[in-house]
Design a protein around this ligand. Structure first.
Ligand code: SF4
Ligand code: SF4
Length: 356
């Protein structure tokens, strides 16, 4: 992997050069929501949303400290789309992707292009997209990537990765596509010095230490026991207690970068009907209903449980990884304050008690 250095002042020029070939999306800062925090954690005062580079003023161009509000998923499968392959889709470059986002894409890749039958919409968009990731500089109260053994800085899956230093970025080139993307800006890049790499290492270790301290208080069970505790808790009353709070809004599904279920339906466009694909949601009462009316997930507690079984049992069993990146988006989005970390903790405590 080639490692380069880019001065902070040259970032806009690099992104502008990229925009000659790609529709470039960059994180834009928005005011934070003032959510209540556990354990006196001081919430960052801002969030990020991806915007088209052309819509962001040069002075507002930000390197995001942590992941954006939405996941990468919508870039590759739309929340609702006609099933017609178009040759007019722009190639996209997304700047500010984080390690949790890259992890989530492994799940999407497995679902949409990992089997014999591949999804042509997904494959085409994924193959042409340029992913420019970045180390996290901070974290949100809800972030728990490290508890799932995902570092808050990317190690794989990116085309380019940016690590922020005082006066610039260490840039890892992770793919041929990444090499191609910097060609037009070659004069802006220099080889990274060993001091720059040492500084980066220090920053990465300091952030991982802080995040690890934050997570200790949440007592999240270790990654290697998650499948076991979710299975052991199949008959637990915890599901019913969580289901009583859930209002079936679907927010936890729609913000999640690993969720991928979809519906095929007909929709009306003028005088014609066309086939559309829509994101589906396992919290919805009719999610599992089949023709004839049978519904194996009829009760809400069954659907709440199903979400955990899918992420922590089905995926490890069939793909050897959990379908959760610890991004915490579902925690922030849930109006009922259902927190995946505390559900896992309660299941673990219950299992330990029953073993006594
Ligand atoms: S389940 Fe929640 S924490 Fe895990 S990847 Fe999905 S949104 Fe993030
Ligand atoms: S976000 Fe919360 S209330 Fe909404 S469906 Fe998910 S668990 Fe239920």
């Amino acid at each position: 992997m080639r490692t380069l250095f880019l001065n902070t002042k040259d970032l806009p020029d690099f992104l502008n050069n990229l925009s000659k070939e790609y529709s470039v999306y960059v994180p834009s800062k928005i005011k934070g929501k003032g959510l209540p925090c556990d354990f006196g954690f001081k919430l960052p005062t801002h969030d990020y949303l991806w915007e088209k580079l052309s819509a962001v003023k040069k002075e507002d161009l930000a390197f995001n400290d942590y992941r954006s509000i939405e996941s990468l998923r919508a870039f590759f499968t739309r929340s609702k789309e006609k099933l017609v392959l178009s040759d007019n889709e722009n190639k996209i470059a997304v700047f500010g992707v984080k390690a949790c986002d890259l992890f989530c894409l492994k799940i999407q890749d497995f679902v949409f292009s990992g089997g014999e039958i591949k999804d042509p919409f997904y494959e085409r968009r994924r193959a042409s997209a340029l992913l420019i990731s970045g180390d996290c500089l901070s974290f949100k109260e809800a972030c728990f990537c490290l508890a799932l053994e995902i570092n808050p800085y990317p190690g794989e899956g990116f085309d380019l990765n940016f690590s922020v230093l005082e006066n610039g970025f260490v840039v890892d080139v992770g793919s041929d596509k990444g090499e191609e993307a910097i060609k037009a800006s070659a004069a802006l890049f220099a080889p990274a010095t060993s001091q720059a790499l040492a500084q980066r290492e220090e920053k990465r270790n300091a952030l991982a230490r802080n995040l690890s301290g934050h997570l200790e208080r949440h007592k999240i069970p270790s990654k290697d026991v998650l499948q076991e505790i979710v299975k052991a808790g199949y008959e637990s009353d915890i599901w019913q207690a969580e289901a009583e709070k859930c209002v079936e809004c679907g927010a936890c599904n729609f913000v999640c970068g690993t969720c991928h279920c979809f519906l095929l339906a007909e929709d009306r466009f003028g005088n014609a009907h066309e086939r559309v694909r829509l994101w589906d949601c396992c919290s919805y009462a009719n999610f599992a209903r089949v023709a004839g009316g049978a519904n194996p997930l009829k009760l809400r507690y069954q659907r709440v449980r199903n979400r955990y079984l899918k992420k922590f049992d089905f995926f490890p069993e069939n793909f050897a990884i959990s379908a959760c990146a610890g991004c915490g988006r579902c925690i922030e989005a849930c109006p009922a304050k259902i927190d995946i970390r505390s559900v896992l903790r309660k299941l673990n405590e219950e299992k330990s008690l029953s073993a006594r």
